[in-house]
Design a protein around this ligand. Structure first.
Ligand SMILES: [Zn+2]
Length: 861
């Protein structure tokens, strides 16, 4: 019972495989699809279209007399084979075409399927204004990955089939249609225009796309190829600001991957209500229009730049070199995510790249500890989309980095280039990457793949250190605290701080030894001429791992100050935060003022918030004036954990007067809500905070509703207020800008835990209504809200979503959330009261400790 509240260490990981998961294989191939031709006629006002899908297939053998195509919820009008009508069976899922003349090896046949689609639910999406959102643009766009192309045209819908493709589409004026490859023809009359696109390089069905709208077209160029940005009219400047680095990225990746950009053009189309961040359709990436930055958002939003790099990297990893089966999707998603790191390195330097990599690793680690653990490569699942998780992307990225560290710079890139060159326009599996590495370098990295790719988990290290001054020996004890032991060769460096430490470099200040770590506990002894000032375990931090550093404060202080690797400095900051005490606090305070890298300052701010001493406030508040908005944001968030009246007074001016960064303003709005809701002796009046946040809601509409969403998050903290609930409910109605509305939906979960039974029913009723909306992000927000509730009544709504949502991602998180709610709904009032009492005791203890630490500090001066 108590475990559900006081999260204890749980070695047992939940299973990735939900009930109903089973092995998935590519189907038997009747032959090679050579070409797919869609000739479509869009009726946009009626959200429908009709046309013909013609598939040219070269049979692999003689005597095949029926073909099975994927085709979901289409109206099939007729099927012809080589221009002769033929019979077929259609069950709404698969189309069986009967061949009057059985196949002959190598003799291609043409299957022409006349069909129509009305109000499609997946695959192709019609976006239109309605009475609630009269300014919404008219758009049509598609999303094939993973297995949704079958919802908009009949196909052999798995990535193992590569073919050329062609889309001819008639659209009403003034809309334009963008698709894969190059525009080979247009025709028009007074009412409509026909766009005819041809993709001459083979690619899989999931990468075929169509985007239609009244877009502005902005033209750029790389090496004589068109680079275009399509956005809603009026956002041309935002388009250049957000995507303008694309030509430089095309050059960068062409060099790195050793293969010039392979397609005739590169288009990026920003579409409304997109259900992913971006999708790398061959030569025509679709992006959510929420990635378009205005001038202020561009100050501290790097997500857009990373998104652009990620989707572009897929043009090589995914589109040029295609995965044969979803189980190997990490090959492309891992590299696209690692390409974000590479671009960060290129554009912002090594420290930014290292930090980016740490953040990626943490995303994976969070999923591993709180959701499930799985091998990166697995073909057991319910739907392929479940694989698109933090193991696939972020852990995959970390694996690529480990390969790079293992091979070294030159050999790594040669291996990657060979992999791309050898497999261009073909499909690959994980083993093909191993083969390319071995071909170029002679190295067999199966040991690394076995530990990090083919099985779940990562090493969790606990490191202790001591110095024997008589024998001048450094002793480092390494514990692997996880169950499955890892066997790795890890560099341990001893650092000396003299000399110039301003530059980001490793060698000059270190003495490095490499040791084999392969047991539960090992102690290593290193003879050194002088006592080192700090120890860098896994110098450069190339391995994916967790570490807990059990060094004494002086070593940690020196590491925080002098270790050239920002990740090591961050680990030292974490260890100091865990140690607590005034000496640790002072070291962190100094780093917040003077570390050269903003990422370390961000992490230091988090650690300062962890130290329960009143002095932490003084240390943190200085950071509100940092010139880097990312640091200011971290400090604001840290102050929301330092729940004091002083913190409130420091944050209030940011809420009232603003900050150059939207994100800082949003964080401050949230923070004052958190502090107002805390149990403090001296604190702001809730009504005053409510009034302030209400004024934000009334006056601060703006880019992507970031600031107003912050205000909603702040309001949701005032959990016992009925007035606040009314206000939040008001913002969940249709007509409220979508981003703000979604924030309000999520906030219903946060605020629910303090509300009366009657109000709880109102929240549940609202969430039930919202759960019937079909938009993906609304459903996700509903699940998020329900996941925070502590009532078993939330479970029925979740179960309905788990079975009825058309989106595999929603089904999965809804099902996972049921379990979460079941455990939190089990906790009763008595436990809550107990927790409140413990919080009070902690607070009193903090006051005493703070006084004691000050006295000691004074005494020792
Ligand atoms: Zn991707």
């Amino acid at each position: 019972m108590l475990q559900s509240y006081f999260d204890t260490d749980n070695n047992g990981h939940k299973s990735f495989e939900l009930p109903g998961a089973k092995p998935h294989y590519n189907p038997d191939r009747p032959g090679q699809v050579e070409h797919i031709f869609l000739d479509l006629n869009l009726d946009i006002p009626n959200q429908s279209y009709d046309g013909t899908c013609t598939i040219q297939l070269k049979p692999v053998r003689n005597g095949i007399d029926r073909l099975t195509l994927d085709a979901v919820s289409l109206n099939i009008h007729s099927v012809q084979v080589d221009a002769t009508s033929t019979t077929y069976d259609y069950d709404g899922q698969q189309l069986q075409v009967h061949l009057a003349n059985p196949t002959q090896t190598g003799q291609s046949i043409k299957i022409a399927i006349a069909y129509s689609v009305t109000k499609p639910q997946r695959g192709i999406y019609f976006i239109a204004p309605d009475k609630h959102y009269p300014n919404k643009p008219v758009q049509v766009w598609t999303q094939g990955e993973d297995e949704d192309s079958r919802f908009w045209f009949p196909c052999f819908d798995y990535p193992g089939q590569l073919a050329t493709s062609e889309i001819r589409v008639r659209v009403p004026k003034p809309y334009i249609a963008i698709s894969n490859g190059r525009l080979i023809d247009t025709e028009e009359n007074s009412d409509y225009k026909i766009f005819h696109w041809l993709q001459e390089q083979v690619h899989p069905s999931y990468l075929m796309t169509l985007a239609v709208g009244d877009f502005a077209e902005i033209q750029d160029e790389w090496n004589g190829k068109l680079v275009t940005y399509y956005v809603e009219k009026g956002r041309e400047e935002d388009a250049r600001r957000s995507m303008g680095k694309t030509p430089r990225m095309v050059e960068f990746f062409s060099q790195k991957y050793g293969y010039p950009y392979a397609f005739p053009k590169y288009a990026q189309v920003c579409v409304d209500d997109f259900i992913f961040g971006g999708m790398e359709n061959t030569s025509t990436t679709l992006l959510t229009d929420r990635c378009l930055l205005d001038e202020r958002a561009a100050i501290d939003n790097r997500l857009t730049e990373s998104l652009v790099a990620h989707e572009l990297a897929h043009q090589w990893f995914g589109d040029l070199v295609v995965i044969k089966h979803w189980s190997h999707a990490w090959i492309k998603e891992g590299m696209a995510s690692y390409s974000e790191v590479m671009w960060t390195e290129q554009e912002y330097g090594a420290e930014d790249a290292a930090y980016y990599r740490l953040l990626e690793a943490r995303n994976y680690l969070a999923e591993d500890s709180s959701r499930y653990r799985r091998p990166i490569v697995t073909h057991v699942y319910r739907e392929a989309i479940e694989l698109y998780d933090r193991h696939l992307y972020e852990k995959g990225s970390c694996v690529y980095h480990m390969i790079r560290a293992e091979l070294g710079e030159e050999l790594f890139w040669r291996a990657i280039q060979t992999f791309v060159q050898d497999n261009a326009h073909h499909t690959v599996e994980t083993v093909d990457l191993l083969r390319a590495i071995e071909k170029v370098t002679g190295r067999n990295l199966l040991f690394l793949f076995d530990q990090y790719v083919y099985r779940g988990g990562h090493p969790e290290f606990k490191i202790a250190y001591s110095w024997d001054s008589d024998s001048k020996l450094a002793k480092v004890t390494v514990n692997q605290t996880q169950n499955d032991l890892f066997d790795l060769k890890i560099p341990i460096a001893f650092g000396y701080a003299q000399g110039d430490v301003g530059a980001y470099s490793h060698a000059p200040l270190h003495k490095t030894f490499t040791v084999r770590v392969n047991e539960k506990e090992q102690s290593f002894y290193f003879p050194l001429e002088e006592k080192p000032q700090f120890i860098s375990f896994d110098a450069n931090n190339n391995y994916l791992k967790t570490v807990s550093l059990e060094y004494s404060v002086p070593e940690l202080k020196a590491q925080l100050q002098f270790d050239p690797d920002p990740i090591s400095r961050i680990y030292a900051a974490e260890a100091l935060g865990k140690k607590g005490g005034l000496e640790a606090l002072n070291a962190l305070a100094e780093a917040l003022k003077s570390d050269r890298f903003w990422g370390v300052k961000v992490e230091v701010a988090k650690q300062l918030a962890q130290i329960k001493l009143d002095q932490a406030f003084e240390a943190l508040v200085v950071g509100l004036n940092d010139e880097n908005p990312l640091v200011r944001r971290a400090v604001v968030e840290a102050l929301s954990n330092n729940k004091t009246y002083a913190s409130y007074k420091a944050l209030k001016p940011i809420v009232e007067d603003g900050d150059s960064s939207y994100y800082v303003e949003a964080a401050a709005a949230r923070a004052i809500g958190i502090i107002a809701a805390a149990k403090l002796e001296e604190k702001p009046k809730e009504e005053k905070v409510l009034k302030l946040l209400r004024s934000i809601l009334e006056n601060k509409a703006g880019w992507n509703e970031v600031v107003r969403s912050g205000a909603i998050a702040g309001l949701s903290q005032m959990k016992t207020s009925a007035e606040t609930l009314d206000l939040i409910l008001e913002y969940t109605r249709l007509g409220v800008p979508q981003a703000l509305r979604l924030a309000a939906v999520r906030a219903l979960g946060t605020i629910s835990t303090g509300q009366s039974a009657a109000n709880l029913d109102r929240i549940l009723e609202r969430l039930t209504e919202l759960s019937h909306e079909s938009f993906f992000l609304t459903q996700v927000s509903v699940v998020t809200a329900l996941g925070q509730m502590e009532t078993p009544k939330a479970i029925a709504i979740l179960q309905a979503l788990a079975t009825q949502s058309l989106d595999g991602r929603v089904q999965r998180i809804a099902e996972e959330t049921v379990a979460k709610v079941q455990s939190s709904a089990g906790s009763d009032q008595a436990v809550k009261q107990l927790r409140d009492e413990i919080d009070q005791l902690k607070k009193q203890n903090q006051t005493l400790m703070s006084r004691l630490e000050s006295l000691e500090a004074k005494a020792s001066k």
